[in-house]
Design a protein around this ligand. Structure first.
Ligand code: OGA
Ligand code: MN
Length: 235
């Protein structure tokens, strides 16, 4: 348990790009949502600096809305909340890529949650792809956020799949060697996002803090948010 959390921490070591404001002049969009208050059409969940960029990352960046039901979200919370509640949110590690978080890992799930995890893995990973056994659970306080980073290539493979519980949020991807190239992803509560290949290796990803949480010109209030993240192993 302890070792795995250390491994998970090492994922977050590279703040590379600090945005001064949220970009909202989206050139192109793709995806689907009708979840909370915000309504975006099918082709509007992924926006980027240019249409060509959005197009070139199609297949490497995916958002699936309403991936789980409210009941499944409730079942996940029921399993996760008692353990999380025992920990304190961590705010003061200035060099951490995550601010205002607590985290855990889970290898064993009850039947409903196991069904969700199996479904998540089935859509994200090809059959036989060796997976990181325990699932990473990250609980961001309302004031918490994730700074730009690239997950450790030593510990994690080509694909990252994350389920968002409790809150909508905005994920930003910025090309590491060309900061003018960016994508914003609208992640509605109960959606899943998948990052693969170039999107995972060449772009930093981050979850915007509440006061910068704007997608396509619309404010996306960030509440407490829990992500349930599955990864594969490097080959
Ligand atoms: C991470 C990360 C994103 C999320 O833990 O490395 O980028 O959805 N998390 O919480
Ligand atoms: Mn990450």
């Amino acid at each position: 348990m302890r070792l795995l959390i250390t491994v998970a921490r090492r994922i977050h070591k590279r703040p590379l790009y600090t945005p001064t404001s949220c970009l909202s002049s989206a050139a192109s969009c793709s995806g689907a949502s009708k979840n909370s208050g915000l309504q975006f059409r099918d082709n509007q969940l992924v926006c980027g600096s240019t249409g060509e960029l959005v197009q070139s990352l199609r297949g490497q960046v995916e958002v699936r809305t309403e991936f789980i039901s409210e009941e499944e979200e409730g079942a996940l919370m029921k399993e996760l909340e008692p353990g999380l509640r025992k920990k304190r949110y961590e705010f003061d590690h200035w060099d951490d890529a995550i601010h205002g978080y607590r985290e855990t890992e889970r290898a064993q799930w009850g039947a409903v949650c196991e069904g969700v995890i199996d479904r998540l893995r089935a859509v994200a990973f090809s059959e036989g792809s060796p997976l990181l056994g325990p699932v990473h659970v990250l609980d961001l306080d309302k004031a918490g956020y994730i700074k730009p980073h690239i997950d450790s290539v030593k510990f994690c493979g080509s694909t990252i799949a994350g389920l968002s519980l409790l809150s909508d949020s905005v994920m930003r991807l910025v090309r590491e060697d060309e900061p003018a190239e960016w994508l914003n992803l609208f992640l509605p509560r109960r959606s899943v996002y998948i990052l693969r290949d170039q999107a995972r290796y060449k772009f930093t990803h981050e979850i915007l803090k509440d006061d910068e949480s704007i997608f396509s010109g619309q404010r996306v209030p960030r509440h407490r948010r829990i992500s349930v993240i599955c990864r594969n192993l490097p080959v």
